[in-house]
Write a protein that binds this ligand. Structure first.
Ligand code: NAG
Ligand code: NAG
Ligand code: NAG
Ligand code: NAG
Ligand code: NAG
Length: 301
């Protein structure tokens, strides 16, 4: 009789887990991700490159990835960006010239090994990111597996899908869009190998936090030698977009947030899927269940 698969995602990290998460970035960080005892082979590399100014970004789905791509397209080739009438508001439906360019999408090993290369990514609270994914796939469009709008069903399907990734013979399939969107942040951008090299910009839930991340990004861009007036313009347009977004909360969102806060089944799976993200990245853990809030954690049971 086959033994039942362990119900949890379990994880092993090669640094001391008792370190404060906020202090974590001062240490060399390498970690290995195991799911049910097998190493996850997930190469969800989602890079954008502006090689002249030694800048690499990683656009994490549901974490300002469209904005990241747009900013990087503009920085990569400003003339072509204006010629094509691209804007920082563009989404995946707009054709963006830069995305056709191999040089834009794949950093060279020379650039990766250059100690002046700067990397940045926007990161977002994993449960908030899940809510956004749910609203997008199950409410606004109908790519919700066969779950209709049932969040319990959706989270179960995602959990099963991510567990299956360990069994893909040739690693993660880039064409699996849902996996790209649902996978933990800690699986992405080759963070497991070189997290300490990244500037992580928190996509906070309120405007103040987002503003501070945008200002941080503007500073990075100036330091990398981009035209200051261009950077000022990017900063202004981005903040304007944020102001426009920040006022709207739909009733669907309110209901989805209630479910992730109150439904024990959904919470249990979300903790199993995303807990490691809370260990690796400096997210607040106030909204997690008590046993997941401490740094002296053990394998969830
Ligand atoms: C980068 O590497 C060069 C030699 O390869 C070294 O001279 C320089 O100090 C390094 N810069 C930094 C910021 O580490
Ligand atoms: C939602 O899905 C779960 C799991 O698939 C199922 O047990 C539950 O009955 C469904 N709820 C509704 C209201 O359909
Ligand atoms: C992981 O997947 C990639 C292709 O996606 C493959 O080249 C590589 O060999 C795999 N690594 C392991 C350890 O299975
Ligand atoms: C920066 O861009 C502005 C507007 O395109 C231009 O007028 C200015 O000359 C540029 N500055 C530098 C230092 O290239
Ligand atoms: C982008 O969106 C913002 C906020 O919705 C709007 O103010 C701005 O005019 C838009 N820009 C373009 C170029 O469409």
């Amino acid at each position: 009789m086959a033994s039942p698969a362990p119900k949890y995602f379990w994880i092993f990290v090669s640094f001391s887990v008792s370190l404060s998460v906020y202090g974590f970035f001062y240490f060399q960080s390498h970690y290995t991700i195991y799911v049910d005892g097998k190493v996850v082979n997930f190469t969800g590399d989602l890079f954008q490159v502006a090689a002249d100014n030694k800048l690499i970004s990683c656009g994490i789905p549901k974490s300002m990835s469209q904005l990241t791509i747009n900013i990087m397209c503009l920085l990569y080739d400003e003339d072509s960006f204006s010629a094509e009438s691209n804007s920082l508001n563009d989404t995946w439906v707009t054709k963006r010239e830069c995305l056709q360019e191999n040089e834009f999408r794949n950093p060279t090993s020379q650039l990766l090994n250059d100690n002046e290369t700067v990397r940045f990514a926007f990161i977002r609270d994993p449960i908030q990111r899940f809510v956004s994914l749910y609203l997008d796939k199950c409410i606004h469009t109908k790519f919700c597996f066969d779950c209709d709008t049932n969040m319990s069903c959706f989270v179960q399907r995602i959990y099963d899908m991510l567990k299956n990734i360990q069994n893909y013979r040739h690693g993660f399939q880039k064409s699996d869009i849902m996996a790209q969107h649902a996978a933990p942040l800690s699986w992405m951008c080759n963070f497991d190998r070189e997290l300490e090299k990244w500037h992580l910009l928190m996509m906070g839930s309120d405007f103040v936090e987002r503003k501070s991340s945008i200002l941080h990004l503007a500073n990075i861009l100036k330091r990398q030698g981009f035209n200051e007036s261009l950077v000022e313009k990017i900063q202004q347009d981005t903040l304007a977009g944020e102001t426009a977004h920040s006022t709207h909360t739909s009733s669907h969102r309110v209901e989805a947030e209630r479910q992730v806060r109150e439904d024990p089944f959904i919470r249990d799976l979300l903790h199993k899927i995303y807990f490691f993200d809370y260990v690796v990245f400096p997210f607040k853990r106030d909204s997690l269940d008590a046993k997941y809030r401490t740094n002296f954690w053990s394998i969830p049971e």
